[in-house]
Design a protein around this ligand. Structure first.
Ligand SMILES: [Zn+2]
Ligand SMILES: [Zn+2]
Length: 325
C-alpha cells in the first residue's frame, strides 16, 4: 500500500514537473472534499455587495477552458444561477473557495433560472440538483420556460434509482426531500422578488426556440442584464439601457463568414454577430459589456473583441470562466 502510494506520487510529480499534466497551483491550494451544511447565510454574507461570478462561458462546442454557459449572482448569501451548462457546477465549487462564497457550494445553491432549454444551457442540472441532495437545506428551485417541467420529470426519473436506494437503505438522510426539484414556469415580467432583489424575464429572438428569455436583475447596488441566446433584440437593447453589467452572447463576424450559407443563415436568425452586438451596445450604453457564449469558429478570441471595438468604444471585455464582478 505504502509503496503503491509512493509510486503514484512519484509518477504524478514527474508528470507535473515535466509539463505532461497541467495542475494549476491554485487548484492544489483549495480545500477539498469538505462537507458543508450551512443552515442560513451568516451576517457577513448578508452585508456583502452583490457579486457576479461567471461559472461558464462556453457553447455546445467542447472546450477545455470553458464550461457551458452559466452566470451566478450572489445576493444576501444566496446564489441565483442563470443557465447551467456542462461543467458549471465544478466551477461553482472552485469559486466557492477561491472567492470565499459559501452560497456557491453546490448543495447550497438555491435557485436556477433557465433562459431556454437548449442542452448547452441545461446539461449540469443533475449535478446541481443531486450533488449531496440529502444535505440540501431545500430542494433546488427552478424557473424555466414551457416544457421545463418535462426536463425536471425526466431528471427525477433518471435519478430515481439513486434516490430509492438512499431512501430505502440505512444511509442517514438529514433532508429526505432534498432531491425534490420545484419548477415554476416563466412568463414575461417580474418573476422573482426578495428584499431589494428583483428578477425580470423578457422575450428574446433565438430563431425557432420559442420562448427564449433574457433576464434583468436589479439589486440595491447593481443592475445586470443576461442575454441568454439571442439574435439582435430591440427589447434587450431597451432593458440593457445604462445597465451596470451586460452579459451578451456573441458570434464572430469573421468566424461566421467561414460557415456554409446554411449555417450562416441559421446563426443569423439565432445569434448576435460581433458587429450587431456593437450596434446594440451603442444604443444601450452599458457601463461594462461582457461577452460570453462566444462562437468563434477559428477566429482568435482577441479578434472578436476587436470586431466589437471597431464600432463600439465603450468598455468591453471577453469573459473567462471564474471571472468575478
Ligand atoms: Zn447556447
Ligand atoms: Zn440556444
Amino acid at each position: 500500500m505504502q509503496i503503491t502510494f509512493i509510486y503514484r506520487a512519484t509518477i504524478l510529480l514527474l508528470l507535473t514537473t515535466s509539463g505532461f499534466l497541467y495542475l494549476p497551483a491554485q487548484a492544489l491550494e483549495l480545500p477539498s472534499a469538505r462537507v458543508e451544511t450551512r443552515i442560513a447565510p451568516g451576517a457577513e454574507e448578508m452585508a456583502r455587495p452583490t457579486q457576479v461570478v461567471v461559472l461558464g462561458t462556453g457553447t455546445p462546442i467542447p472546450d477545455a477552458h470553458r464550461a457551458g454557459p452559466s452566470i451566478a449572482i450572489i445576493h444576501k448569501g444566496e446564489a441565483y444561477l442563470f443557465d447551467v451548462g456542462a461543467g458549471a457546477i465544478r466551477n461553482a465549487t472552485i469559486a466557492r473557495y477561491r472567492y470565499d462564497i459559501p452560497a456557491l457550494y453546490p448543495s447550497q445553491i438555491c435557485c436556477l433560472f433557465l433562459s431556454h432549454l437548449h442542452s448547452d444551457h441545461t446539461m449540469d442540472i443533475a449535478e446541481l440538483a443531486y450533488t449531496l441532495w440529502w444535505r440540501r437545506r431545500a430542494g433546488l428551485k427552478v424557473w424555466g420556460p414551457k416544457n421545463s417541467n418535462k426536463l425536471i420529470e425526466g431528471l427525477t426519473l433518471m435519478m430515481s434509482t439513486d434516490t430509492d436506494i438512499r431512501e430505502g437503505g440505512n444511509q442517514p438522510l438529514p433532508n429526505p426531500n432534498g432531491y425534490l426539484v420545484a419548477n415554476t414556469r416563466i412568463k414575461e415580467g417580474i418573476i422573482f422578488e426578495k428584499d431589494d432583489l428583483t428578477i425580470e424575464a423578457f422575450l428574446v429572438n433565438h430563431g425557432d426556440v420559442k420562448p427564449a428569455y433574457g433576464f434583468r436583475v436589479n439589486t440595491a447596488d447593481k443592475s445586470i442584464v443576461i442575454s441568454g441566446d439571442t439574435a439582435y433584440s430591440d427589447v434587450l437593447a431597451e432593458k440593457a439601457r445604462n445597465v451596470d453589467l451586460l452579459f451578451h452572447e456573441v458570434i464572430s463576424e469573421q468566424g461566421l463568414s467561414k460557415n456554409t450559407p446554411f449555417w450562416q443563415n441559421y446563426h443569423n436568425r439565432a445569434h448576435t454577430s460581433s458587429l450587431s452586438l456593437a450596434g446594440l451596445a451603442n444604443k444601450s450604453k452599458p457601463k461594462l459589456l461582457v461577452l460570453y457564449h462566444g462562437l468563434f469558429y477559428g477566429t482568435r478570441e482577441e479578434e472578436v473583441l476587436q470586431e466589437v471595438r471597431s464600432v463600439y468604444d465603450g468598455e468591453v471585455v471577453l469573459a473567462q470562466d471564474l471571472d468575478i464582478y
